[in-house]
Design a protein around this ligand. Structure first.
Ligand code: 5RP
Length: 269
């Protein structure tokens, strides 16, 4: 278990930069993720973990890619329904082991119509994970209700996840985020949410989250919907792993975006 978790935190910073590309399971072919293989290939060498579903792992991640995998194992609802909380476990821990992933992830929907089922899914996944040495990441999902993302709600959702046994929690950044961190006894990583107005805004969000105690990010749209996704990922790494300021990270972004593109196989690990 600890070895699998450590794989996703490979640098001395004790933090992680995960690339989230698991949106298609309920959103379909989202902008810039229409061809998942093409989006993932140049970014994978710069991420500490790739968050994917098994379908994308099978079809769109080359088996030679050594980036640790965070496998999403919940699903069952799509954006065509108002209520996204009606999820079940879609992949077993046995399959996750066969796929040699580093952790499994599922959404919990605290306060939503299917709150109970999603929390029981978490409990069952933790149970199976404990048996087989597979860490579980709980994602405090809000479905379409993005306005739910305040400190009071996220503190509750993160704490409940940890109490049920999640080894890591993925949540959103919010005002008063340090309260969310203080109330959660397991490490928290933050998602980016829908694409913000600028790269600077996403770098600022990340900087605040790290300053207030996040152990990293699991970010998607603010990376691969950028016109310069590799530069964005490298700028985020500077904040998460090197404690760069937003200004320093923007410098990294500007330098990297003018760098000639390198084929994925030649990109630095
Ligand atoms: C999709 C997810 C995403 O992994 C999570 O929201 C992070 O991606 P983004 O930064 O685009 O929000 O859980 O279901």
């Amino acid at each position: 278990m600890r070895n699998r978790i450590a794989r996703m935190f490979p640098t001395g910073s004790g933090r992680t930069v995960m690339l989230a590309v698991d949106h298609g399971y309920f959103m379909g072919p989202t902008r810039h993720l229409e061809n998942a293989r093409a989006t993932i290939a140049p970014l994978a060498p710069h991420a500490d973990a790739l968050a994917v579903t098994r379908g994308i792992l099978r079809t769109s991640v080359d088996p030679s890619v050594s980036t640790p995998i965070l496998l999403r194992v919940s699903g069952g609802a799509t954006v065509l329904k108002e209520d996204l909380s009606h999820e079940a476990l879609t992949t077993t821990v046995k399959e996750a082991l066969r796929l040699n992933v580093s952790a499994v992830a599922l959404s919990v929907f605290v306060g939503a119509p299917h709150e109970h089922e999603s929390l029981v899914n978490l409990a069952q996944l933790v149970e199976a994970g404990e048996d087989l040495g597979m860490p579980v990441v709980s994602i405090t999902a809000v479905g379409k209700e993005l306005e739910k993302r305040d400190a009071r709600y996220l503190s509750l959702a993160c704490r409940v996840s940890a109490e049920i046994g999640a080894h890591l929690v993925k949540t959103y950044y919010c005002d008063g985020f340090s309260k969310v961190v203080d109330g959660c006894p397991v490490p928290i990583v933050v998602a980016g949410g829908p694409k913000l107005d600028s790269e600077q805004a996403a770098l600022e969000l990340t900087h605040h989250a790290i300053e207030e105690g996040a152990k990293g990010i699991d970010m998607g749209r603010n990376i691969w919907q950028s016109e310069h996704p590799v530069a964005m990922l490298r700028a985020l790494r500077a904040i998460v792993h090197e404690d760069a300021t937003v200004r320093e990270a923007l410098e990294v972004f500007r330098e990297e975006k003018t760098r000639p593109k390198v084929a994925p196989a030649e990109a630095p690990a």
